[in-house]
Design a protein around this ligand. Structure first.
Ligand code: ZN
Length: 339
């Protein structure tokens, strides 16, 4: 009910042009958009984590039209120059970012960006590029979507039952939230027990072509429009592993991308990106690994005047495929605590 009232108000405000008014009053805000996947999670047979889809291709195209019309899209290089005090930002600067490195960034998002000449940065978890290993959340989703069972004893949650699609989806998300709290060293063990608990055999090729390969990364890099940043090698939450290992994860992924693309990597996006998912020691490890700008998922935007001293914790606006267009407008115009 509350969601309906909020959506109604958002829709009314957008029709009245209130967001435009709010934004033009404050041109000195850095808006960093965060996408993960651009795809249609509603097609039959979609069997990986749906909440990781940030927009359908048609919604993404509409959102990019809006960004092109109302913002100055910048690339990461420009942002780094600004943070170092070497350049100014244009009014209403926007940076478009993607996390993880899914194939749909190449097949669906890249053509839409190229058509509009919009730059973007993709943060790669390099251990998943060019391979058929999946992120644990996609593996777990696959098991939930393919099980014939309606009840099971699940690791971490115990006896659970689900009678329809929405209740299965809620349980899947609950399980993913529960495993996020498990120490990184034990996470895989819990994840690997899900297949047996749900009686699903996951075929070796289940996740083929889910992620980018290096040829696709190079093709986008050569276009001059897409930059690449580090999202670590194995996507651990960096505050949950020893700091030396965090340093290795950042440096190793940075070096790999540089080797594959021939271009310098100076940007990092923290896995998970919440307040507890990066820390002063992690930021120092990033600095030591040659990182000059790092992004969280704390809601933005950021004032130009404060961006310089927060170069290793730049805020972003997390977008999801279930955002209506009025909600997208509200989020990128500063009401981004709506998530
Ligand atoms: Zn990620």
């Amino acid at each position: 009910m509350r969601a309906r009232i909020v959506n109604g108000l958002l829709s009314l405000s957008s029709r009245m042009g209130l967001y435009h008014a709010a934004r033009f009053a404050s041109p000195n805000l850095l808006t960093v958009l965060n996408y993960h996947r651009v795809d249609d999670p509603h097609v039959p047979g979609f069997d990986t984590l749906k909440v990781n889809v940030s927009a359908t291709p048609s919604d993404f195209a509409r959102q990019m039209d809006y960004v092109r019309k109302h913002y100055s899209a910048i690339n990461c290089e420009t942002l780094i120059s600004f943070l170092k005090g070497e350049a100014d930002l244009p009014p209403r600067a926007a940076l478009i970012t993607f996390d993880d490195g899914y194939y749909d960034n190449y097949s669906n998002a890249f053509p839409i960006l190229a058509e509009r000449n919009l730059p973007a940065v993709i943060f790669l978890a390099t251990g998943f590029i060019d391979g058929s290993a999946s992120f644990y959340w996609d593996y777990v989703s696959y098991c939930f979507y393919h099980t014939a069972k309606r009840k099971a004893s699940l690791p971490l949650l115990g006896e659970c039952a689900w009678e329809d699609e929405p209740s299965r989806e809620r349980l899947l998300l609950r399980w993913i939230e529960a495993v996020k709290r498990i120490p990184e060293t034990q996470k895989n063990e819990y994840v690997s027990r899900i297949g047996a608990a749900l009686e699903v055999d996951v075929p070796a090729q289940a996740f083929e072509n889910l992620h980018l390969n290096w040829d696709q990364v190079r093709a986008m890099s050569r276009s001059g429009l897409i930059e690449f940043g580090s999202h670590t090698v194995t996507h651990p939450i960096l505050t949950r592993i020893p700091v030396e290992q965090a340093a290795y994860e950042i440096l190793e992924s940075r070096k790999r991308i540089e080797e594959e693309t021939g271009r310098a990597v100076r940007a990092l996006a923290y896995p998970n990106g919440g307040r507890a998912d990066f820390s002063e020691p992690v930021m120092q490890a990033a600095r030591d690994a040659g990182i000059e700008v790092a992004f969280s998922l704390l809601p933005g935007p950021t004032r130009y005047s404060t961006a310089g001293k927060n170069a290793l914790s730049i805020r972003r606006i997390f977008l999801a495929h279930y955002d209506t267009f009025p909600r997208f407008l509200a989020k990128i115009n500063g009401l981004s605590r709506l998530s």
